[in-house]
Write a protein of this length. Structure first.
Length: 229
């Protein structure tokens, strides 16, 4: 399982099945989270996406991220798994002919984040979809497990038995800055658009607040991925 499908999820063209007046009651309470003094945002990236149209929640509790800026592109991966390493991220993102079980990498019911963004000594944008065309969330939702099976014609891989949503933020405010040995992500994401990629071509919108300040560890081994994503 690789992220080649994930980027395609950013451009769903089917009917939008989002409710007319979304209810944000599914958003998690971050009141007990330590605030970052300069921004008022919590340490780490956390929140919940509420997918009303099909009754599922995607949690975010991210304390680990790896990234690298090369020339005018920045690639990073944000993981809900606190044990994940730079090597794990590179292995997961690198396309392979061998199916690999992601059970020890992905956290069920949670949404990881991947981004391939334009980089001009930093990144700072709000609500403009052009600048997050390479930003995607990947959510193995509900109860399930990864099983090795065939889907489509001869396509054997590990698939999540629950619902799998992939998409991108619609409303956001994001800033990424660079330090000597890391990057710092600061921002808030509030509405999301994407697809249940293994089910239909419809568009499914989610609402909620994902926000925080997160240190992104510099991962030099990501460099070859700039030619892929």
């Amino acid at each position: 399982m690789t992220l080649t499908l994930l980027l395609a999820a950013c451009g769903g063209t089917g009917a939008d099945t989002a409710p007319a007046q979304p209810d944000t009651s599914g958003t998690v309470d971050t009141a007990d989270t330590a605030d970052t003094a300069d921004t008022g945002l919590p340490d780490g990236l956390m929140g919940t996406i509420d997918f009303h149209s099909f009754g599922a929640l995607g949690a975010v509790n991210i304390q680990k991220a790896f990234g690298l800026a090369v020339d005018k592109k920045f690639i990073a991966y944000f993981s809900n798994n606190p044990e994940v390493t730079c090597e794990d991220v590179v292995s997961y993102l690198t396309p392979s002919d061998t199916a690999e079980d992601p059970s020890d990498f992905l956290t069920p019911g949670h949404c990881d984040m991947f981004m391939s963004l334009e980089w001009l000594d930093g990144f700072e944008h709000q609500d403009d979809l052009l600048f997050v065309a390479g930003y995607a969330l990947s959510c193995p939702l509900g109860d399930g497990e990864f099983v090795y099976e065939k889907r489509d014609k001869g396509d054997y891989d590990f698939y999540w038995t629950g619902r799998w949503w992939q998409g991108h933020p619609l409303d956001y405010q994001i800033s990424i800055t660079e330090a000597s040995d890391h990057y710092t992500f600061s921002g808030q994401l509030t509405t999301f658009k994407g697809n249940l990629i293994y089910e239909d071509l419809n568009t499914y919108t989610g609402v909620g607040t994902i926000e925080g300040v997160l240190e992104i560890e510099r991962c030099g081994d990501i460099a070859p991925l700039h030619k892929i994503y």
